[in-house]
Design a protein around this ligand. Structure first.
Ligand code: AMP
Length: 123
């Protein structure tokens, strides 16, 4: 049996999180180490380790996650000025928690490309 990830423990209520949205299929909460003024993680309740393990049966769930991202972005006041959605996949992609998640980031003019060494006050 694989060890449960920290996100599965949040889903199961075993560790706390600052939850902003929940329904029967997914959960969204503030990232514990925000890299933007607003940095929220949106995760499916189904245990899918990464993009690479998404199956065709998950198509509807993945679409639902994006509509939830859109809803949260509007609720957080990000829709007008725009925002970024990131999904890291695997070690080279920078993934550290192996439970599929989308980073919703906004609240400032985000730097591009990601990983540039721009000072944080410029976001
Ligand atoms: P990634 O590197 O794409 O796998 O992203 C994992 C994200 O999870 C990082 O941005 C972490 O800051 C965040 N994170 C890790 N543990 C927690 C936690 N307990 N609550 C909220 N966010 C977390």
């Amino acid at each position: 049996m694989n060890e449960s990830t920290i996100f599965k423990q949040i889903i199961d209520g075993e560790i706390p999180a600052s939850i902003v949205y929940e329904d029967d299929q997914c959960l969204a909460f503030h990232d514990v180490a925000p890299q933007a003024p607003i940095h929220i993680l949106v995760i499916p309740k189904k245990e899918i380790p990464s993009i690479d393990q998404i199956k065709s049966e998950d198509k509807e769930l993945i679409g639902h996650l994006f509509l939830v991202i859109q809803t949260i972005a509007r609720e957080q006041g990000l829709a007008e000025d725009g925002y970024r959605v990131i999904c890291n996949c695997g070690e080279n992609g920078g993934q550290t928690v192996f439970h599929l998640h989308y980073h919703l980031m906004g609240g400032c003019n985000l730097q591009w490309p990601p990983g540039s060494s721009a000072p944080k006050e410029n976001c």
